[in-house]
Every structure is written in structure tokens, then in C-alpha cells.
Design a protein around this ligand. Structure first.
Ligand SMILES: Cc1ncc(COP(=O)(O)O)c(C=O)c1O
Length: 387
């Protein structure tokens, strides 16, 4: 049975006040996630410190992330951020040999490019796959960059700037053919669509809980394919990355046999409460239903944009975009502000205003957004086409 999206919408109080189209930046807060934050405070007041319970909560988040991604819990590290996970992974890679090339795309989020460029002082060579003339990046564009010197292809699933989705399976096939591994930055996709790491064939995947996973900032994950873990020993570590967390051994580094070796220090306890609640809610609804809903809303939005003659920087094909619809503006910052004054929450990157949809949005949100754009078109519409 399809989820009752109208009833689910009522679980997000901000939606009574705002047209909230900002889940690509930070999700709306659900009542049950708020209750999880409150439960943390209650536990602190009642029990004080409850480390066994808190470690179990962290393990519960690990198991839920694994279920979401079609992975085993042993393949999941719970991290403080995507950046923390990528830095830990990078510290386990060796760039001293001839296979020192890292291929990234021009769609990457800054952190996912900066961390790879930071490896240049360790011998890595970072090659960017640029956008084509139409602003898109096709899988075939990677063929020029990936070769037998490529160690890692590090790609975003969905671009944070314009909502374009890369053709991950085809890029994975290209990487495999050259013996390269693939890291997927899933932050702009996970929770808004089905994402199975086995189906996609990626070796590593990173993401976090504050966008489509309904949780909070300060907690994320890193998936590492089981077969790769033993040979990857991070040079960044900490007591929660050790085989025996409680050993208190100061004589050696003994990394956990599982992906926990990519963790570091004390888990962000309060964030575990919120992340657990958000993940449980999402898994209950089901990512297949969420994907269908988000796809319908973004398609509706793209259609209405065509009606008001406002071009979009987001690909029109359903399978080529994520949950964000981006519209170019002569002054994106002012457009975000003008929308905000009308109770519509969006964000901007480059010259684009981003409207990001989740299952708790509805057709009325699309209508309100596009009606406001129509009104604002004369002052803040798309830039004139060149030439
Ligand atoms: C695609 C993508 N990757 C990474 C990040 C940042 O990750 P973190 O701040 O957890 O390191 C973001 C944040 O917006 C993002 O959209």
C-alpha cells in the first residue's frame, strides 16, 4: 500500500508555516526526530551517563544505514561528517606507486574535491572530468580520464549545484575495466531515492544524516566493501577505531577488523538519537515510495517551469536528476531572499536557486513556488541567453 503522504506531511510542523524546499541543505524536522532529541535530554536528566546504551544506539544507527544501503553493518563506519569519512579513507590509500590517479567530476561538492587535492602532497594526481557545453557530464566523458593509472574514481551521485545525476553504473563499468575503484558521494541522493551499493557496484560510499535521511548535522557514514577492508589501514585513527574500544592500550594501533576502523573518537551521542529516529522513519516509508514521490514532484515542477517559460539547469529526463530542481536567476541571492519573504525556503549555489523536494512536500508546494517565480520573473528571472 502506498504511504499516506498527506498524514506524513503533518508530522513536520515547519510545513504548516513554510513552503519548505530546502531538504538538499537541511531536512525539515519530524515530530519523532524531535522526540528523539528530547529523549536524549531526558536520559541525561534521569540516568546521567549511560555509555552501554549510547554505544548500542551507535550500533543501531550502523545497522539502519546498512539496511538502507543493502550492506552489512561491518561495512559501515559511523562518522562525524562526509569529510571525516573521506579523510579517513584517503589516509588508507597509497599514492606512491604508478596507480596514483584520482578521477573526480566537476559536479563534486567542494569537500569531496579538496580532500582529494590534499592527497597531491602524498603523490596523488587529481584529474577533473569537466562539464560538457550543455552543462551535463555523460558517463562517456569519464572514458577519456580513467585508465590503468587510475586508483580511484570519486564521484557525486547527484550534483549539489544543479541536481543532475551521474550515470553511476556506467561509470562503475568504466572504472572496473581499468581496475580502478569507485567512491560515491551520496549526500544529495541517499534517502531521496533507492540506493543499493551492491546494485550500483561501488566500492565506497559516503553520506550523512542531515538532508534526506531526516536526522541532524554532525553524523554521517562511510561504506567500505567488505573484501577491501583488511588491506585498508587508515593512518588516521582513534580509540573508537580500535578492535577493542575498551582495551585502553597505548602501545599500538590495532584497527578494528570491520569498517569501524574508519571511525575515530567518541560518537556524537545526541546525533545518534536523532539519526536513529530519522532512519527508522525513512525505512518504514520505504525508499522506493519516496523515490516515486520525489520524482513526481520534481517532474511536476519542471513542467510548471516550462509553462512560465523559466528554464531549468536540471536535466529534464526523470532518470538524470535527483531531488533538486535548479533555476538560473539574474541574481540568485536576491531571488532566495524574495522567496523567503513569501515564506518559501530555498537556497542558492552559483547562479541557481535550488528547490529540493522530499516525500513531505506536495503539489501545492510546487504550485506556490512556481507562482512566486512567475511574479518575480521580470525582476529576477533567468539571465538573457547569450548572443
Ligand atoms: C554532495 C555533498 N557532499 C558532501 C557534503 C558535505 O559533507 P560534510 O559537511 O558532512 O563533510 C555536502 C553538503 O552539503 C554535499 O551536498
Amino acid at each position: 500500500m502506498a504511504p499516506d503522504f498527506a498524514a506524513l506531511r503533518r508530522e513536520f510542523p515547519v510545513l504548516e508555516r513554510k513552503t519548505y524546499l530546502n531538504s538538499g541543505s537541511y531536512c525539515a524536522l519530524a515530530n519523532e526526530v524531535r522526540a528523539a532529541f528530547e529523549a536524549y535530554l531526558e536520559d541525561r536528566l534521569r540516568v546521567g551517563a549511560d555509555w552501554d546504551f549510547w554505544v548500542a544506539k551507535n550500533e543501531s544507527v550502523r545497522a539502519l544505514v546498512a539496511a538502507l544501503l543493502g550492506a552489512a553493518p561491518e561495512e559501515i563506519a559511523i562518522t562525524a561528517s562526509v569529510s571525516a569519512g573521506l579523510n579517513s579513507l584517503a589516509s588508507a590509500l597509497d599514492f606512491s606507486g604508478s596507480r596514483n590517479k584520482i578521477v573526480i567530476s566537476d559536479f563534486e561538492f567542494p569537500t569531496a574535491a579538496q580532500i582529494w587535492h590534499a592527497q597531491e602532497r602524498r603523490g596523488a594526481r587529481v584529474v577533473h572530468v569537466p562539464r560538457g557545453a550543455d552543462g551535463s557530464i555523460a558517463a562517456a566523458d569519464f572514458a577519456h580520464a580513467i585508465d590503468e593509472r587510475t586508483q580511484l574514481v570519486a564521484i557525486t551521485h547527484v550534483c549539489f549545484r544543479n541536481g543532475a545525476r551521474l550515470d553511476v553504473p556506467r561509470i562503475v563499468r568504466l572504472a572496473r575495466a581499468s581496475g580502478a575503484r569507485v567512491l560515491l558521494d551520496s549526500y544529495q541522493s541517499v534517502g531521496s531515492m533507492q540506493l543499493d551499493v551492491q546494485d550500483l557496484g561501488v566500492d565506497f560510499a559516503a553520506g550523512g544524516m542531515l538532508k534526506y535521511l531526516l536526522g541532524t548535522a554532525g553524523i554521517g557514514f562511510l561504506y567500505v566493501r567488505a573484501a577491501l577492508i583488511p588491506a585498508l589501514v587508515p593512518a588516521s585513527s582513534g580509540w573508537f577505531a580500535q578492535e577493542q574500544i575498551g582495551s585502553m592500550d597505548i602501545t599500538a594501533n590495532r584497527p578494528a577488523a570491520s569498517a569501524r576502523r574508519f571511525e575515530a573518537g567518541t560518537p556524537a551521542v545526541v546525533n545518534c538519537y536523532a539519526a536513529e529516529a530519522g532512519l527508522k522513519m525513512l525505512l518504514r516509508i520505504g525508499t522506493a515510495a519516496v523515490e516515486q514521490r520525489v520524482r513526481a514532484l520534481t517532474a511536476d515542477c519542471m513542467g510548471r517551469l516550462r509553462e512560465i517559460d523559466w528554464t531549468s539547469s536540471t536535466p529534464p529526463q526523470d532518470g538524470r536528476r535527483g531531488a533538486t530542481v535548479a533555476v538560473p536567476s539574474r541574481d540568485a541571492g536576491r531571488l532566495v531572499q524574495a522567496l523567503k519573504e513569501r515564506g518559501i525556503v530555498t537556497s542558492c549555489r552559483d547562479d541557481n536557486v535550488r528547490a529540493a523536494f522530499h516525500f513531505y512536500n506536495d503539489e501545492a508546494d510546487v504550485e506556490v513556488f512556481c507562482a512566486a517565480l512567475k511574479d518575480l520573473r521580470a525582476a529576477l528571472g533567468p539571465p538573457a541567453a547569450p548572443g
